[in-house]
Design a protein around this ligand. Structure first.
Ligand code: GLN
Length: 251
C-alpha cells in the first residue's frame, strides 16, 4: 500500500479561515484512493528532517503569530525546509505561510519580519486590506481550470527571479493588486493567498499535489488512481456562482 506523510507546520499558530481544510482534503482524496496518510504536526520545538515528509503545509496567520514563529522558521527549521524545497518535496503554503517562505514581510506598521528566504519574493503590508472572494485560472496538464478562492491580507507580495506566479487573477487582488497574478511556484512548492480553504472545492489542485508527491516518492511510473471530482465540483460551482453573482449560497 502506498503512503504519504503530510507535515503540517505551525498548526497551532498559522491556521486562519479554515486552512486546515487543505490537509483534510489531501487526506480525503488520498485515502479514497487507498493511499495511507499520516499527518505530523510540526511546530516550535518539534524536530523535522529531510525525508520525514512527502508534503509540507503551512497555513496563514495574523502578523502577531508570524512574529512568534519567525525565529523558528528562519533560524531553527530554516535549513531543513530549504533543503526539502530544493529537493522537490511538495509544499503548499497559504498567505502568512507564503509570506514567511520569502525574504521579508514588512508589516503596515513598519516592523520588518525577516523570513526564511527559501523563495525570492518579499512582502510589504498596507493599512488597507485586500478582502475578497476570488476567481483564478490555472493550467493543469494542459487544461485551464477555474479556481474559487478567498483572500484577506494586508501584505502585497512581489515575486523575485526564479519563481513564477501560481495562478492568474480573474477576480480579486492576488499578490499585490497590480500585476494580475496570484501566488508563487518554485519546483514543487506552491504558494497562494487563498484561504477558505482552497483545496476542498478545487480538487484539480489537490490531485496535482498528491500526484506530484506520489510520483516523486514511487517513481514516474506510479499509476495515480482515477477518482471522481463530482462532489467537490458541486462545491466549486456553488462558490463560483455566488462570486459571479449568479445565485446566493444555498443553506
Ligand atoms: N498577516 C498577513 C497579512 O495580513 C497574512 C494574513 C493571512 O494569513 N491571512 O498580510
Amino acid at each position: 500500500m502506498s503512503k504519504l506523510v503530510i507535515g503540517h507546520f505551525y498548526p497551532d499558530l498559522l491556521n486562519l479561515y479554515g486552512d486546515r481544510g487543505n490537509v483534510l482534503a489531501l487526506m480525503r482524496r488520498a485515502s479514497l484512493r487507498g493511499i495511507e496518510v499520516e499527518v505530523k504536526r510540526i511546530s516550535i520545538g518539534d524536530d523535522v528532517k529531510n525525508g520525514d515528509i512527502d508534503i509540507g503545509f503551512i497555513g496563514g496567520g495574523q502578523d502577531s503569530e508570524q512574529n512568534i514563529m519567525a525565529d523558528d522558521i528562519k533560524n531553527v527549521k530554516g535549513d531543513v525546509i530549504k533543503e526539502m524545497i530544493e529537493d522537490g518535496v511538495v509544499f503548499l503554503t497559504v498567505c502568512g505561510g507564503y509570506q514567511m517562505l520569502g525574504k521579508y514581510y514588512e508589516e503596515h506598521t513598519g516592523n520588518r519580519i525577516e523570513c526564511l528566504g527559501a523563495l525570492p519574493h518579499y512582502t510589504v503590508g498596507k493599512k488597507e486590506r485586500f478582502i475578497n472572494d476570488c476567481i483564478y485560472e490555472i493550467e493543469i496538464e494542459g487544461k485551464t481550470v477555474k479556481v474559487a478562492g478567498f483572500e484577506n491580507h494586508s501584505g502585497r507580495t512581489f515575486l523575485g527571479e526564479g519563481e513564477e506566479p501560481f495562478m492568474k487573477v480573474i477576480k480579486g487582488h492576488g499578490n499585490n493588486g497590480q500585476d494580475g497574478f496570484e501566488g508563487a511556484k518554485y519546483k514543487n512548492t506552491f504558494c497562494t493567498y487563498s484561504h477558505g480553504s482552497l483545496l476542498p472545492k478545487n480538487p484539480d489542485i489537490t490531485d496535482m499535489l498528491l500526484k506530484l508527491a506520489l510520483k516523486r516518492k514511487y517513481g514516474e511510473d506510479y499509476e495515480f488512481p482515477e477518482l471522481s471530482t463530482e462532489t467537490e465540483d458541486l462545491a466549486r460551482k456553488q462558490a463560483l456562482d455566488y462570486i459571479e453573482g449568479k445565485q446566493g449560497i444555498q443553506q
